[in-house]
Design a protein around this ligand. Structure first.
Ligand SMILES: Cc1cc2nc3c(=O)[nH]c(=O)nc-3n(C[C@H](O)[C@H](O)[C@H](O)COP(=O)(O)OP(=O)(O)OC[C@H]3O[C@@H](n4cnc5c(N)ncnc54)[C@H](O)[C@@H]3O)c2cc1C
Length: 238
């Protein structure tokens, strides 16, 4: 049964611009708040719209080990009510939240090889999961395939590159569909998945997150590659 969500006011303690359209938010919780969640889950942000309660889901981008704090990566959607509200927040503002929600999270025992596939802010829950796996000493092979339109959109790039230097078990494959000075991959994430894993999916679990069209195409590719459904996990940002 799903855990009953817990409601807390949180203080926005830090806001960092990650790209022209994405900001990283750090939320601080009161000392007695129970902010437990499983890496990969999401929270709700509660506000008002036209005098009525309004809420939106946001994946938690930080590891559950980050005590009393939760991090979010929020994309500014043109004309979007809640994302525009987020972009007007200042450090010190207090927001209403509830957590935890969702079944897109790490599954134990960990598979010997996990492939994480994200686009845009779909990286948020994958960041939580990958950070948590390494903190827990996971020895599995971990690949991250991260797709974006522009090279300036590759969120947390320094972190992924540092992780790849630190752990030979971690492979970071960024791909950019509208390159300017980019020398790396330019294929769509699902094409890279087909190329890298066709005929090599035994014992591999896949975790995908992003907008609906990418998730649909990736899921179709994985099923075509005969990956069993129980090893395919998705979160769709609707
Ligand atoms: C489980 C879950 C987790 C999520 N986690 C995150 C997260 O970590 N970070 C994040 O930025 N978003 C995340 N989202 C998306 C988020 O909940 C909102 O949908 C998004 O912020 C837009 O809300 P809004 O109120 O600003 O836009 P709305 O006012 O609801 O929409 C305005 C218009 O924008 C379109 N639109 C909505 N979302 C997008 C989008 N992402 N890209 C392009 N057009 C869009 C709508 O169709 C509509 O036409 C998540 C969604 C789900 C379901």
């Amino acid at each position: 049964m799903a855990e009953k969500p817990r409601f807390y006011d949180a203080t926005v303690s830090k806001i960092v611009s990650l790209s022209t359209t994405v900001k990283h938010f750090v939320l601080d919780y009161p000392a007695d708040a129970d902010t437990r969640f499983i890496a990969g889950q999401f929270m709700m942000v509660h506000l008002e719209k036209e005098g009525a309660p309004h809420k939106k889901p946001y994946s938690i981008a930080s590891s559950p080990s980050l005590s009393g704090k939760i991090e979010l990566s929020i994309k500014l959607v043109e004309g979007g009510y809640v994302s525009t509200w987020f972009f007007k927040l200042k450090e010190g503002d207090v927001i209403r939240t509830s957590l935890p929600y969702g079944v897109f999270h790490l599954k134990e025992p960990f598979a010997p090889h996990m492939v994480f596939v994200g686009t845009g802010t779909g990286i948020a829950p994958l960041r939580s999961m990958i950070k948590n796996l390494y903190e827990r000493g996971c020895k599995s092979r971990i690949d991250l395939i991260f797709g974006n339109r522009y090279e300036t959109d590759v969120l947390y790039k320094d972190e992924w590159e540092a992780l790849a230097r630190e752990h030979s078990s971690f492979r970071f494959i960024p791909t950019v569909s509208r390159p300017k000075d980019w020398k790396g991959e330019t294929a769509y994430v699902q094409e890279i998945v087909k190329r890298e894993y066709t005929g090599k999916t035994d014992g591999v679990s896949f975790f995908g997150c992003g907008l609906v069209p990418m998730c649909k195409e990736l899921k179709a590719a994985l099923l075509e590659m005969n990956v069993p459904k129980e090893r395919i996990h998705f979160e769709q940002f609707t």
